[in-house]
Write a new protein. Structure first.
Length: 444
């Protein structure tokens, strides 16, 4: 069946707090916000919902797939993921770095060994056989402290075998210190490796130079090649921070996929301590158009049965298909915490050294009062204007760090991208239904 990918001129959308009505070349559809389910509707029903989306109308149309319980704030959240700032130092001088060249505004330092090992113990403390936990290594640049990464990984793997708790490992690196031995170690332990790349060649170099001003792109690609060529258990992905200076997204996506990255994803730069390269309305609007262009190529490839690892689109298809409905944007301050070099616990890796979001330390554990207050304050129903936004259970209110430091300049971008993804979803459900069977099996 021929499925039209490009938007029709007469397509339109209409949103309320509890529905999002949209039209494609395949007809009319509605996202039921409470439940995050997509339904095909006739034009009359669509027009009725545009005019009135009260529960009475939804019930009359047979649309009452409410999930319930989303108003409830969790009282306790066991730790299931920790990121260790094993090196609060970095060899790059990225112009927008949230960690202020890796130091978080302090003196460059490596993580204390006793704190790191205690963090690993804390990660497993309340896990029982059959549970899954994740141990992440970040910085700064984590490979500055390679030996501690190895020791913590081996320690966690040993506890995993004894306790019957599955542990997954991940690392985010600038790639400049990678070597083939790292690749072998990451492959042995099945690491998810994320390399930060902000474009191709000079574009990347302008945003992510070494501290002496020299470009880093050539070094990163040279170091990454052995990992890209041998990845089996490990997966080597690229993360692109989007600024007004690197908006040629499809060019970047195609080149990084050509080089062999397992997937490539984009994220807008919304808050930088320096104020440099933050995205504003015009650049976010341009980013949205670039993302939709990448999405169009993703649709074309899926319809041809090809893999096109544009991770933003892949994850959106997964989330829409399974009916994601979450009152938080991520696990920060809940099941996920960041650990500073000294062993203090923070809401996430971006809040390290921010005492307002300190949750305790690896020896005393999580301060439950602080965590409960955080979970209550950050719940999407307690965010303005999120509580009335149709995208709230996909977005969850936005990155806590960015919202607390800059507000919500990206709301139109988020809604625009989700609106496109909903339309892409229904096109692919009709044109390539087998894709979702494969997607479910690989994400299980």
């Amino acid at each position: 069946m021929l499925v039209q990918i490009e938007p029709a001129l007469n397509e339109r959308t209409r949103s309320h707090s509890n529905v999002h009505v949209f039209e494609t070349a395949l007809g009319w559809f509605v996202l039921l916000v409470d439940g995050s389910r997509v339904y095909s509707v006739d034009e009359g029903s669509a027009l009725a919902l545009e005019a009135d989306s009260t529960e009475k109308t939804l019930n009359a149309l047979g649309l009452h797939d409410k999930v319930g319980g989303l108003d409830q704030v969790p009282q306790t959240m066991p730790i299931r993921s920790l990121s260790l700032a094993v090196a609060q130092k970095c060899n790059l001088g990225c112009t927008y770095c949230y960690a202020q060249k890796g130091t978080f505004g302090g003196q460059p330092t490596n993580m204390d060994r006793s704190a790191a090992l205690q963090a690993v113990r804390l990660l497993f403390e309340n896990a029982k056989a059959g549970d899954k936990v994740n141990l992440a290594f970040l910085g700064g640049e984590p490979l500055v402290n390679r030996a501690l990464i190895h020791e913590c990984t081996e320690f966690a793997a040993s506890i995993s075998r004894t306790a019957g708790v599955q542990v997954n490992f991940s690392i985010t690196t600038n790639g400049t210190l990678l070597n083939e031995d790292d690749g072998r170690f990451f492959e042995q332990h099945g690491f998810a490796v994320t390399i930060s790349l902000d474009g191709v060649g000079r574009t990347h170099d302008a945003l992510r130079p070494f501290q002496n001003g020299k470009g880093s792109y050539a070094s990163v690609i040279k170091n990454a090649r052995p990992l890209l060529e041998t990845q089996l258990r490990m997966q080597v992905s690229a993360r692109v921070t989007v600024t007004p200076k690197n908006l040629r997204l499809k060019e970047t996506l195609d080149e990084l996929l050509r080089l062999g990255f397992h997937s490539v994803g984009f994220s807008p730069m919304l808050h930088a301590p320096s104020g440099q390269h933050e995205m504003a309305d015009d650049s976010l609007a341009e980013m949205l158009q670039q993302m939709i262009e990448c999405g169009g190529e993703f649709e074309r490839r899926v319809l041809r049965g090809e893999r096109y690892a544009f991770s933003n689109a892949v994850s959106a298809m997964q989330e829409i298909h399974k009916g994601t409905h979450r009152p938080y944007p991520c696990g920060a301050g809940a099941g996920y915490l960041g650990v500073s070099a000294s062993g203090a616990l923070y809401a996430c890796h971006r809040f390290v050294q921010d005492e307002k979001t300190r949750f305790g330390d690896v020896w005393s554990g999580v301060n439950i009062d602080v965590q409960t207050r955080w979970l209550s304050q950050r719940h999407v129903h307690n965010q303005v204007p999120c509580s009335r936004c149709w995208a709230r259970y996909f977005c969850g209110g936005g990155c806590h760090h960015e919202v607390l430091h800059r507000g919500r300049p990206a709301c139109d971008y988020v809604r625009g991208w989700l609106d496109y993804c909903l339309k892409a979803y229904v096109r692919l459900r009709v044109g390539a239904p087998e894709y979702f069977s494969e997607l479910c099996s690989t994400s299980a």
